[in-house]
Design a protein around this ligand. Sequence first.
Ligand SMILES: [Cu+2]
Length: 219
Amino acid sequence: MASNPGGGSPRTMTAEKLEHLFLTLTAAMLVVFLGALFWASFGLGMHLPDARGGTIDPTQVRTTAPFDNPGVFQVGDNEWEVVALGSAWAFQPREIRVPAGAKVTFIATATDVIHGFHVEGTKVNFMMIPGQVARIDAEFREPGEHLVICHEYCGAGHHLMYATVYVEEPDWRPEVDEPAAEEPGADTDTGTDTTPASDDPDGEGASPAAATPDAEDRA
Ligand SMILES: [Cu+2]
């Protein structure tokens, strides 16, 4: 009965106005959401992990390189790799120490269920998925300390799952004798315990058992 061919009753006018308002609001929200998406990806540099990491047999993680030796490794002049594992309910390594301003690549996966890896106060935030290897480039500009938390609920001990990233001064390098103290075979580093060799990352102090040629710092 109350059709609205052109200017009808005041009641119809109100309905039209409201409809117009709702449509405008909806369109505006879509624009805002799309804008937020573009801002996050192009302004803040957030993106989904790409396929660089590849895949891994989730049942063989602990015997497959590089995950058979999780830790922090210097792989170039100012380049570092963090080989990280998430398992219920701990991260390996638990202490990540890198210099400020260095290029840091996280290579990570999970051994059991999905875990999250969020370095608080930074953009480093990814999922550790069984079978998938995440490979994330990062740079910590300022020295400081960041808590790493698991942000994917992974069971009863989820809230206990944390690690720490220590960002040191830009010229910081790990002391070479640290890993030697943990090696059961102490025959390779005899006599070097009191001699810091941090100025020579390629030096003879490195254990031949290390997977990478450069100095390493195990947590
Ligand atoms: Cu968790």
